[in-house]
Design a protein around this ligand. Structure first.
Ligand SMILES: CC(C)(COP(=O)(O)OP(=O)(O)OC[C@H]1O[C@@H](n2cnc3c(N)ncnc32)[C@H](O)[C@@H]1OP(=O)(O)O)[C@@H](O)C(=O)NCCC(=O)NCCS
Length: 182
């Protein structure tokens, strides 16, 4: 398990799946805001790739996020679009509603940075998020990510086009364990 200050990132367990489906992916507004495509229901028992991890896929690594103290499941974290030639990847995360606003998101980003830069020897990590997702923007900026640009009207979300912000962090800008005071 990868350990941050407050969270652990571990493999997906069978009994995580019903919790993540009910509390994360069945939430139409949350899913529509956090994912790049339209919401659709996930049939119980299906092999939906958001829930059932295929370890043979080289391009992404999916984690379940737990509280370090007690081990309670609190969400998901993903390193996706891993490009071993350009040594870059994207970060994605989603926490259960009850786990938000407690500093866990910031710690998940820090732990994913450790995985990307230290374990995987990547050079650049990238995040795309809606311009009004202040919690995600702050979680990224606390870890040293820079806002690199705005993708105007790039996301169709629940009846309207919204802007997305592109954030990037290079290995040499990242200092493990030293979150910026941004
Ligand atoms: C985005 C998300 C991962 C952030 O994790 P979190 O644990 O809620 O965030 P943190 O508690 O670490 O807070 C990070 C910062 O955001 C701020 N913040 C938290 N919730 C906020 C809110 N609703 N509005 C504005 N700012 C907020 C915090 O105050 C903190 O900033 P500060 O330290 O300057 O005060 C989490 O809210 C989530 O899972 N949201 C739904 C899914 C999602 O949007 N995923 C990202 C898709 S790209």
């Amino acid at each position: 398990m990868l350990k941050g200050e407050k969270v652990g990132l571990r493999a997906r367990h069978e009994d995580d799946i019903p919790v993540l489906r009910a509390e994360l992916y069945d939430d139409v507004v949350n899913s529509s805001r956090a994912e790049g495509g339209p919401w659709r229901p996930i049939t119980p028992g299906s092999k939906d790739p958001r829930l059932v991890v295929d370890d043979t896929k080289e391009g992404s690594v999916q984690f379940s996020v737990v509280e370090l103290e007690g081990g309670t499941l609190i969400g998901t974290a993903t390193l996706w679009g891993i490009d071993t030639h350009n040594r870059c990847a994207h970060i994605g995360l989603g926490l259960l509603r009850t786990a938000r606003g407690k500093g866990y998101g910031t710690d998940v980003v820090a732990t994913l940075c450790h995985y990307g830069f230290v374990v995987r020897s990547l050079h650049r990590l990238q995040i795309e998020t809606l311009a009004d997702n202040h919690a995600m923007l702050r979680s990224a900026e606390h870890n040293g990510f820079t806002r690199e640009g705005v993708l105007r009207s790039s996301a169709w979300v629940m009846g309207e086009f919204l802007d997305e912000v592109l954030l990037g962090l290079l290995a040499e800008e990242w200092k493990q364990g030293a979150k910026s005071q941004v």
